[in-house]
Ligand binder design. Sequence first.
Ligand SMILES: *Cc1c(COP(=O)(O)O)cnc(C)c1O
Length: 437
Amino acid sequence: MTTAEQQAAPNRFVLSEDEVPTHWYNLVVDLPYDIEPHLHSKEDRPALEEDYDWLWPTECLRIELLKGRYATDSWIEVPERVHSTYTRYRPSTLVRAKGLEQYLDSSDRIFYKREDLNPGGSHKFNTALAQAYYAAQDGVETLVTDTGAGQWGTALALACAAFGLKLKVFMVRKSFDEKPYRRNLMRMLGAEVISSPSETTDAGRGVLANAPDSPGSLGIGMAEAIELVRDNPSHRLALGCMSYYAAMHQTVIGLETQAQLAKAGVGADVLVGCVGGGSNFTGFVAPFVTGSEKPLCIAAEPATVPTLTKGEFRYDWADSERQTPRIPMYTLGSDFVPPPIHSGGLRYHGKTPILSSLVKHGLVTPRSFDQQEVFEAGQLFLRTEGVLPAPESSHAILAAIEEARRGTSGAPRNIVICLSGHGYLDLQGYADVLGLL
Ligand SMILES: *Cc1c(COP(=O)(O)O)cnc(C)c1O
């Protein structure tokens, strides 16, 4: 592509407020194959709503277990109060990464969808709002959750403040110690933040007895959260990444991207996102994987948490104490404690079942990346685009860069990145890895 051609092309693809999706896309209904049911945590039978109604808000549980219309309807309307809050920060902009394109001197076009400008700084607010809304509707008093780097806890704290709910957050110890800013942000929003593994639950005490220096994990944090919910009838669990409902709520990202590309008269050839539990990626690619275009969808994960590239597809629990239903997914084992890498949001042993099924059926291609190169890609993005990505999102950026470098002999391709969050509260991690003094 000539520079003149590139310069004349639009920089930003903006939708208006009335183009915020009014429905989420329930991808599972349109998949060309059947998906295995969740099983009871201990018994050899499918999980039922009455087994877990103490754990989840009603509507989230129904989505998770694909009950009623969630087994039949492709489109689920966004509740009015959630939609009206979406319109305060959505649609998010799709940007042409011209600076990065010039640097790479690639003939491919690169775009990024800006989920970093959400309240809370990541895509997580898209589902936090919906989860807090459903909990408030049920008359729940307190939501309980686990968080890694703190993006999820922050998003949920904002959402709970909006709907008048209390929030307790088990924050993975490594991040609790290293990311005081997000911890403080959550506390400012009124949340109670507890370092996990903690002394406040049997699950936490059990881990500490064997490993007093445990850096914690999302699986352990979730086990602690579940225990608290089990002991308190007015409490329910909220999950940021691992659940199908979180992935479904994130389809607003993919639906907007689809509309923006259509307006630009551009097709999607390659879609790239990072995967922790899999929610931003699944929501991003959902409208494309069942369409006719069949883009190459690359799920980028850390080499140290290689769930999709090296894990096993089987039934496993979402938490380390084996209290959740057993979920058909790629997993490294529910007792896997990921090494303490800086991308806290990607330190998770399993992947959401729908994403796992997409990988298993060849509709999504997983790739893994080393931390050092990931952080260098984040730095390059800052220099060329003026945007500092979350370390998690830098995995997607590196995947896109490698794809553009690989190139093809054919026509220029359109590569679209889901920029899941910003990295302004991760500067210490960047400084450590990049060796900045
Ligand atoms: C939590 C998080 C992720 C990983 O979660 P997914 O469920 O895989 O989307 C990725 N990026 C950012 C910025 C996050 O906060």
